[in-house]
Design a protein around this ligand. Structure first.
Ligand code: NAD
Length: 490
């Protein structure tokens, strides 16, 4: 698989419906720039509800045979898919950097995380097993059987164009569902490659369909009566909208949303290791991660040395094109997003947070990439906009607290509850953190505590809408419905 980009050779993205690449009915397209250079590398269709309708009809038709395809046969296609993704690892990572901006190292890590989702899905014969209990009463057996839900719609964000679609369709498909994927219009190239390789692995036509576009496609999926379930990952307002609208249309829905993750740093931590972890978590992938560390709560006397070391480490980061070996901090996804982030930096200054490091020095206004350097604010308080909102950028806020109680109380005041980390050498502090911190994914001396594919990826509060999370047994339960059979034979 080779995907090359140059001005004369842009990738033309199409929709994939019923096993064929087709143009959108709408005729509308949007340009896709490489965020590091501004160069247009692809054009993506902004499809209509009519395109959605065709994809859903194709998925509904394919469901008839696919749901009856034996589970080991479905799993075997995933084994082949895993092999193809692994063979194309470098190309996938390169394209990921070119369309998303993240560094080669981050892109390679994401590709690996995506492959692990396929490996989990390939275990479907064991996952799909039900439970049976003979003789629940005299001569009566009882058992639970799993079946696919039907046609699933998946809507994904720009920040993990490989991993997030792979959270969804491999598991959904291996459970016997058919699928319509709507990737972010800002990162459509990876989605195209993922769909191509899935079919090379032997997936029958119509089982996985791809419809590119924006809100019209999303609404088309949410409202379509032939869609049974919706998996969504994206920002909080859209997640809430998707959850309510899909539920209103009688669908099963999981909607993973935004975040504002706090890292609590105690005086008894290993300071150098903690700084290394925080810098990676705050500025890795340019802060465009739902598990990014966006707030540090420095407890007691650790604050001054911590802030000094964070600044020193942030000063060492090389800002640039993610394809260059020496780059540690790539561009933001779009100029409009960077402008929004600049607004937050101004708001932080106006609210009198102390600007310890100003990433605007790395703006490079004479270059066309959407760069911004690592930015650190100290003395941030809970009334400030920069503490409340998800900024989704390399902007780190530091809040100072006297005690662990106070630090946990601050972190728990956020309306988001995706992840939280504690840096300490105290088991007692860890116990308190585990019991009292209301976030779905906790870490102890681990910079980004994102669970692997066999565990659920779980946020609380406004970071998640629904009940069953992505991945792990939650993912399995989301993509299957259960039947209970109680039987007596005379
Ligand atoms: P986004 O909400 O802008 O877009 C997500 C998807 O929704 C895209 O496919 C987009 O086309 C669609 N969309 C956007 N606006 C819409 C609207 N008004 N109506 C209907 N559909 C719409 O999110 P993004 O900027 O692509 O991704 C970043 C966000 O995703 C961040 O908030 C991040 O925290 C979140 N995220 C969360 C997780 C998690 O596991 N909780 C994982 C990754 C990303």
């Amino acid at each position: 698989m080779e995907t090359t980009f140059s001005k004369s050779n842009q990738v033309v993205i199409q929709n994939f419906i019923n096993g064929e690449w087709v143009s959108s009915e709408s005729g509308q397209v949007e340009n896709v720039p490489n965020p590091a250079t501004g160069e247009i590398i692809a054009s993506v269709p902004i499809s209509s509800k009519e395109d959605v309708n065709k994809a859903v009809q194709s998925a509904r038709q394919a469901f008839k045979d696919w749901k009856k395809t034996p589970v080991p046969k479905r799993a075997r296609i995933m084994f082949k898919y895993q092999q193809l993704l692994t063979e194309n690892r470098d190309e996938l990572a390169k394209v990921l950097t070119q369309e998303n901006g993240k560094t080669k190292k981050d892109a390679t890590g994401e590709v690996q995380r995506g492959i692990e989702c396929v490996e989990f899905a390939a275990g479907a014969p064991s996952l799909m097993m039900g439970d049976v209990l003979p003789d629940i009463a005299e001569g009566i057996d009882s058992g639970m059987y799993r079946y696919p839900v039907g046609v699933v719609g998946g809507i994904t964000p720009f920040n993990f164009p490989m991993m997030v679609p792979l959270w969804m369709f491999p598991l959904a498909l291996v459970c016997g569902n058919t699928f319509v994927l709507k990737p972010s219009e800002r990162t459509p190239i990876l989605a195209k490659m993922l769909v191509e390789l899935m079919h090379e692995a032997g997936l029958p036509k119509g089982v996985l369909n791809l419809v590119n576009g924006a809100h019209d496609v999303v609404n088309g999926l949410l409202e379509h009566e032939e869609i049974d379930a919706i998996s969504f990952v994206g920002s909080q307002p859209v997640a809430e909208y998707v959850y309510k609208t899909a539920a209103n249309h009688g669908k099963r829905v999981q909607a993973l949303a935004g975040a504002k993750n706090h890292s609590l740093v105690l005086p008894d931590c290993n300071l150098d290791k903690s700084v290394e972890g925080i810098v990676n978590a705050a500025f890795g992938s340019a802060g465009e991660r739902c598990m990014a560390c966006s707030v540090v709560v420095a407890v007691g006397e650790v604050a001054d040395p911590l802030v000094a070391k964070l600044k020193e480490a942030a000063d060492q980061l090389n800002v640039g094109d993610g394809l260059a070996e020496e780059t540690n901090l790539g561009p933001l996804i779009r100029e409009s997003h960077r402008d929004r982030v600049l607004g937050y930096i101004e708001a932080g200054e106006e609210e009198n947070a102390k600007l310890v490091r100003d990433g605007r020095v790395e703006l490079r206004e004479n270059e066309s990439g959407y760069f911004l350097g690592a930015t650190i604010f100290d003395y941030v308080t809970e009334d400030m906009k920069i503490w409340k909102d998800e900024i989704f950028a390399p902007v780190l806020s530091i809040v100072r607290a006297e005690t662990l109680d106070e630090a946990i109380e601050t972190a728990n005041k956020s309306e988001f509850a995706n992840g939280a980390v504690i840096y300490t050498s105290s088991g007692k502090a860890v116990q308190q953190f585990r019991e009292e911190m209301d976030a779905g994914m906790l870490g102890v001396n681990v910079n980004v505590p994102a669970p692997m594919a066999f565990f659920p990826f779980s946020g609380n509060k406004k970071s998640f809408y629904g009940d069953l999370h992505a991945n792990g047994k939650d993912g399995l339960n989301f993509y299957t419905k259960r039947k209970m059979l109680t039987q007596r034979w005379y």
